[in-house]
Design a protein around this ligand. Structure first.
Ligand SMILES: C[S@@+](CC[C@H](N)C(=O)[O-])C[C@H]1O[C@@H](n2cnc3c(N)ncnc32)[C@H](O)[C@@H]1O
Length: 251
């Protein structure tokens, strides 16, 4: 394999910092190649977005596992000497897997990887040779509730997102022909036609062109301009498109 191991030095152990390999190539190279490479997941854009749109660093500073998170026995002593922080495993799994993926940790310990995997909607297999640790891990993982699916859907940039035509909203019954689309202040109203074009006054065109006409401007993103009226108030048509995209991503 080309490239080098990228090591993250992370102070997670009680006694010593440990090093874990998180990537087989330098980050820039991995990103440049990730479209072509089919063998692994690297959620570069999601990591960047979570880091205020700056490329995530490869050295992570994460606090040790203490407080409520630390498993203790009835005697008040730590169940395991080197229980890892959930924040570390969350970052590892969010950067390198997708919901539904199978995660395996051959050194399960207290099941931190499994607990985080379940919370993040991943499947999990763990191996542990010590029955006390294995039992503690089983109970811990059983008590975890997965997060709501909508909070786990894979991150997509506008460029990555699959194209959805406005007519698909009509084909899927999300918007009916004859519906009135309005802008956020309800100053403009356009009629949805059966063919996926919309009509404002005598003008017929795409959601973008008619949005531009309504505003008297040269260009408009119709997805973020037009709304449908619902009992709960206005709903941006871009939210309907996002629903279709998250369904596509789950396939
Ligand atoms: C560093 S600890 C893992 C801690 C875990 N990440 C956590 O957060 O609790 C490594 C674990 O691997 C287990 N282990 C070591 N060698 C093993 C083997 N050959 N098969 C199964 N488990 C093993 C040890 O008993 C220990 O609990």
């Amino acid at each position: 394999m080309n490239g080098t191991f990228r090591l993250a030095r992370i102070a997670v152990d009680d006694d010593l910092p440990i090093e874990i390999a998180i990537c087989m190539q330098p980050v820039g190279q991995a990103h440049a190649n990730h479209e072509k490479a089919k063998g692994y997941t690297f959620n570069y854009e999601a990591l960047k977005a979570a880091n205020e749109d700056v490329q995530a660093r490869s050295d992570w500073l994460i606090p040790l596992c203490t407080g409520e998170e630390r498993l203790k026995g009835e005697d008040g002593k730590k169940v395991h000497p080197t229980q890892k922080p959930e924040g570390l495993l969350a970052r590892v799994l969010l950067s390198s897997s997708k919901p539904g993926d199978l995660v395996m940790d051959p050194f399960n310990g207290t099941g931190t990887t499994g607990a985080v995997a379940k919370r993040l909607g991943r499947r999990y297999i763990g191996f542990e040779r010590d029955s006390t640790y294995a039992e503690a891990a089983r109970a811990r993982i059983a008590a975890i509730e997965p997060l709501p699916e909508a909070t786990l859907a894979p991150f997509m940039t506008a460029r990555d997102a699959p194209r959805v035509a406005f007519s698909e909203l009509i084909e899927r019954g999300m918007i009916r022909p004859g519906t009135r689309l309005v802008d956020s202040k309800k100053r403009h109203g356009a009629l949805v036609r059966a063919d996926g074009a919309i009509m404002l006054g005598g003008k017929v065109g795409s959601i973008h062109r008619i949005g531009a006409v309504a505003q008297g401007s040269g260009a408009c993103n119709g997805w973020t301009f037009w709304h449908i009226e619902t009992k709960k108030g206005l709903r941006l048509i871009d939210e309907l498109r996002a629903e279709i995209r998250s369904e596509m991503a789950a396939l």
